[in-house]
Each structure stands twice: as structure tokens, then as C-alpha cells.
Design a binder for this molecule. Structure first.
Ligand code: ADP
Ligand code: MG
Length: 337
């Protein structure tokens, strides 16, 4: 088994470069000082970066390097999907300890590149360093959207319906089970380790021109909806009974009703959450059927200061905290303790 410090930085970059197929629009990719890329005429550039740090965002106790490669790319594609864009180019910053197995890095790269390629996205650059400790993976994706068609977080209007794709809480439930030493059902484990970026849905929604605001669910429904509310200066009411739940999630919920909290505030579902006028809802729900992806209305936007109301199945209403996971706040609590 070869270690990274035996292979060396340049040999690793050469191996990565050898795995990348020529991509559309790439005039210069890996190997020069900067990537030189062609962008489609009439489109605007969308760029997003995500950092993944070992022991903070993932743990090799239950995440394989292959899962990590998939996820690192998927979460970035999801950000472009959330703008209604087409992902095109990828950059990878990789810091690994010298003791890392080359085979682990190759497994990571193989999955990362397979997912990128499946979406027509080309790896065009990055940086590689030795880490004194944890793995650090930084992925940047560039995409494009037709001029003026990208969808932000700031357009939700009173009266709009709030819609979510797929099902909620599966990934957080899988993680909770893994952390307790249990092994999640295959469906749940897949939702956690191999999230699917809703790229086709995002593009289709942007093409309709009727989506007023959109975000992808990385931190959890309540907190990500909170970002839309803050940016759009509106409030919202969510219907708890309407939240779309998978069969395995529902089964677990029957044993432990408290798990509903995971559907509301658990992270890493990477579904799309968006708002639109009620009149446009039937056409958009049709779109979901065409893409074979359930779309579920879960609430409404109301005029008022940014805040979130929850309506229970009984009809009772209560307010809900929209603040999601904050890396520094979580750390401060530990440091202060
Ligand atoms: P520089 O010294 O100019 O930063 P490097 O030697 O770091 O150049 O990188 C050489 C080439 O390899 C550049 O094109 C860079 O974008 C690419 N590269 C480096 N690391 C990675 C990586 N982990 N994934 C993809 N491309 C990479
Ligand atoms: Mg460099």
C-alpha cells in the first residue's frame, strides 16, 4: 500500500490529470497556471465553493473515501441546482496527511470524477497540499444560467406556496443511527452518503420563469427556509402534516415520534426548496411528475417580519427557531464549557 508521501504532489496531480476526460468549453484545464474556459454566449457565471473538513463534516469511521468523493461534488452541484443553473467546471483543493493511502485518494477521485462526468462537468484545476492533520477537501463549481434567469433566495412574496422536492430527514436519520453505532437501512444510508443534486429539477424550474426564490437543503428545512425569509423580508407558515417523508423514515417515526424534528431541522437532504405563486403550482407539480421526483407543497409565505410558524396536525400553531447549525456558535459552546 503506497502512502501519499511516497507518491508526491506532482505524481498525484499527474494521476488526477490522467483521469480527466476532455470537456466541452475547456481551452486549458489542469496543467497551466489558470484554467481558460469558454462560456456560452448569453449566459451568466455562477460560482460556489464548499469546504469539507475531516472530523467536522465527515468521519472516516463511517464515510468511505469513495462516499466522500461523491458527496464533495454532489453538494456543490446542488448549489448550482439551487440557482437553476447548469454546472460546467469543477476545481478541487485537496489537503491530505502524508500518511494517507494513495488508494484512498484514488477511490475519492474516481467517485468525484464519475459524478462530475455524469453531469457533464469537467475538473479543470485545483491545488494539492500536505495536511498536518485532517483531510480538507475544497470543491468549487462553476455553472451558468441564461442571463437574468438564475433564481436567488430573495424573491419570495406573500401568498407564494412553499414547495420541497423529494423527502426530508433521511440523511439526518442515517447519521443519527451511524453515530449511535446502528446501521441504517440501505435507502437511508444512500441518502446520507450518496446525495443526488437536483440539477435537472433546478434547470426545469428556472426555465418556467415562475419560481420566485429557491435554496438547496443543506442545513435543514427550518434553517434553509429561514435564509429565504431573511433575504425576501417575509415570514412563512409550514404545515407539519404535509412534510414529505420516505417509507423508512415513517417507519422509524412510528417507533420514535421525536424524530419528526429531523425532517424539520436535520441537514444534508440536498433537496430543493422553492416558492412560487399558487396559480403556477399545478404546472410545476406536473414538472415533478415528468422528472419522476415528488414535489410537495409544505407551507405558505406571509407578509411580516422574517419568522417561521409551524402548524401542527391538530391545527395548533407555534413559532419555530430558524437558526441552523453555526460552526462558530457550536464551537464556542464547547470552548466555553
Ligand atoms: P501552481 O504552483 O501554479 O499553483 P500547481 O503545481 O499547484 O500549480 O498545479 C498544477 C496544475 O494542476 C494546475 O493547473 C492546477 O490547477 C492543477 N491541480 C493541482 N492540484 C489539483 C487537484 N487536486 N485537482 C485538480 N487539479 C489540480
Ligand atoms: Mg498550487
Amino acid at each position: 500500500m503506497m502512502k501519499l508521501n511516497e507518491l508526491g504532489e506532482f505524481a498525484l496531480i499527474d494521476r488526477i490529470r490522467a483521469q480527466v476526460k476532455p470537456g466541452a468549453g475547456v481551452l486549458r484545464g489542469i496543467g497551466d497556471d489558470a484554467a481558460q474556459l469558454e462560456l456560452p454566449v448569453g449566459e451568466q457565471l455562477l460560482t460556489s465553493t464548499d469546504l469539507l473538513i475531516e472530523s467536522c463534516h465527515f468521519d472516516f469511521a463511517w464515510t468511505t473515501p469513495a462516499d466522500l468523493g461523491h458527496k464533495a461534488v454532489a453538494v456543490n452541484l446542488s448549489d448550482i441546482a439551487a440557482m437553476g443553473g447548469t454546472p460546467r467546471y469543477l476545481y478541487l483543493g485537496l489537503a491530505c496527511p502524508g500518511s494517507a493511502e494513495v488508494s484512498a485518494i484514488e477511490a475519492f477521485m474516481t467517485e468525484a470524477l464519475a459524478l462530475a462526468e455524469a453531469h457533464g462537468v469537467t475538473l479543470v484545476g485545483g491545488d494539492t497540499c500536505r495536511s498536518p492533520g485532517p483531510w480538507v477537501v475544497s470543491v468549487t463549481v462553476e455553472g451558468t444560467a441564461a442571463t437574468g434567469r438564475a433564481i436567488g433566495r430573495d424573491g419570495a412574496r406573500p401568498g407564494d406556496v412553499v414547495v420541497v422536492s423529494g423527502s426530508l430527514g433521511d440523511s439526518a436519520l442515517a447519521l443519527a443511527q451511524l453515530q449511535r453505532g446502528q446501521s441504517p437501512a440501505e435507502f437511508l444510508a444512500r441518502r446520507h452518503h450518496r446525495p443526488e443534486a437536483r440539477v435537472a429539477l433546478g434547470q426545469a424550474l428556472a426555465a418556467t420563469g415562475c419560481v420566485s426564490a429557491m435554496i438547496d437543503l443543506s442545513d435543514g428545512l427550518s434553517s434553509d427556509l429561514g435564509h429565504i425569509l431573511e433575504a425576501s423580508h417575509v415570514r412563512a407558515r409550514l404545515d407539519l402534516a404535509a412534510l414529505p417523508l420516505s417509507e423508512p423514515f415513517t417507519a422509524a417515526l412510528q417507533a420514535d415520534p421525536e424524530l419528526l424534528e429531523l425532517a424539520l431541522s436535520g441537514g444534508e437532504d440536498y433537496e430543493l426548496l422553492f416558492t412560487l405563486a399558487e396559480a403556477d403550482l399545478p404546472a410545476v407539480l406536473d414538472l415533478g411528475r415528468q422528472l419522476n421526483l415528488p414535489l410537495t407543497p409544505v407551507g405558505v409565505i406571509q407578509a411580516g417580519e422574517p419568522s417561521l410558524l409551524l402548524r401542527e396536525a391538530s391545527g395548533a400553531e407555534r413559532s419555530c427557531q430558524t437558526r441552523g447549525f453555526d460552526h462558530f456558535a457550536a464551537r464556542k459552546q464547547r470552548d466555553d464549557a
